[in-house]
Design a binder for this molecule. Structure first.
Ligand code: NAD
Length: 336
């Protein structure tokens, strides 16, 4: 029997989670929610995803707009084993009580604080911590990106200290309300929250971060400096990441000079929505000097967390005990 999954908030993350979950053979989406009758609600209808709304009044609004509704969110709760909360950051607290009262499990996203669930998730680093849990949180796109490259480094070369500057996209491509559109905006609260968020998964890691928002929508880019505890070479580090799941090495020399070509590569690979689930590391931008490793990586913010959400479902619903087997299954089904 497939695990039944509901998605609360059919936006950037919610719609991608729905696609990935329905690609798996052991879980299925039984419904998605929208609060307003927008184009995404119309798309849910076209993709035959049962659509649920907050209230009886909302059913009337959606019906008037010509959108088919399956019921209210309370009815969705009755149909699912687990709900993926993909609502915008900071609205999930109220929902957590609703999920709890309905007796279902819930996965929250990186816009929420670790304290909401007390457990945060990354498949490679701490799959087991969410085993059987009622609530967990898949960390943000940036945190997922840092953990994907730092966790294997730490295991092999004993990381002493990390410093990273996050060059952040200002908005997602479909968000024309946010900016800046012609400015560079530093995060003035230093160090930024990204380091502590990595520590919600790797509490022992000594990491400091700064962040700058720039006028782009495609991807985030990180510059990372790592002090290593054991001696190694540039080649050894590259060899390690070549074997690491959900990390993809590219070369500037072969024409991938920026986030623009990475997104073109994702489209060429035929990925749904042109998504790039892997963290991209420039092979010719990796360098070990003395005990310090320097590298650049790019994060497709809209999609890198999606395979993690699938694995988190498997851990919380006790569907597969072994993290690497779950990751392989997820990645195969998603074409990663
Ligand atoms: P989004 O704005 O694209 O989508 C949010 C969805 O929730 C929309 O469908 C909206 O209609 C719906 N919604 C709004 N208010 C609601 C409410 N009160 N109740 C139920 N539904 C409501 O947001 P997103 O980018 O998908 O972000 C969702 C979560 O994922 C956030 O925690 C965010 O921080 C996190 N996240 C976002 C990204 C990203 O880059 N977009 C990456 C990783 C994690």
């Amino acid at each position: 029997m497939k695990v039944k999954v509901g998605i609360n908030g059919y936006g950037t993350i919610g719609k991608r989670a729905a696609t990935a979950i329905n690609q798996q053979d052991d879980m299925e989406v039984v419904g998605v929610t929208k609060t307003r009758p927008t184009y995404e609600a119309v798309t849910a209808n076209e993709l035959k995803l049962p659509l649920y709304v907050p209230s009886e009044e909302a059913i009337q609004d959606f019906t008037k707009a010509g959108i088919k509704v399956a019921g209210t969110i309370k009815e969705l709760y009755k149909k699912c084993d687990i709900i993926i909360d993909c609502t915008p950051g900071d609205v999930a607290e109220g929902y957590k009580k609703e999920y709890s009262d309905a007796g279902i499990k819930g996965i929250f996203q990186g816009g929420e604080d670790h304290s909401l669930t007390g457990i945060s998730f990354n498949a490679m680093a701490n799959y087991k911590e969410s085993w059987g849990a009622q609530f967990s949180r898949v960390v943000s796109c940036n945190t997922t990106g840092l953990i994907r490259t730092l966790y294997p480094l730490d295991k092999k070369f004993k990381v002493q200290n990390v410093f990273s500057t996050l060059i952040r996209r200002s908005a997602d491509p479909n968000d024309s309300k946010k900016g800046p559109i012609n400015a560079i905006e530093p995060s003035l609260k230093i160090p930024t929250h990204h380091g502590p968020d990595v520590q919600s998964i790797m509490p022992w890691l000594n990491i400091q971060t700064m962040a700058v928002k720039v006028p782009t929508t495609l991807m985030h880019l990180h510059t990372v400096m790592v002090k290593l505890g054991t001696q190694t070479t540039t080649e050894d580090v590259i060899a390690l990441w070549k074997k690491t799941p959900r990390v993809r090495l590219v070369k500037g020399k072969s024409g991938i000079k920026s986030s623009a070509q990475i997104m073109d590569l994702a489209r060429d690979l035929g990925r749904p929505r042109g998504d790039m689930y892997e963290i991209i590391v420039w092979e010719d931008g990796v360098k070990v000097v003395g005990d310090t490793l320097y590298y650049y990586q790019a994060v497709h913010q809209e999609s890198d967390v999606i395979p993690e959400i699938v694995d988190c479902i498997r851990s919380m619903c006790k569907m597969e005990e072994d993290a690497s087997r779950s990751m392989k299954k997820t990645d195969k089904a998603m074409g990663i």
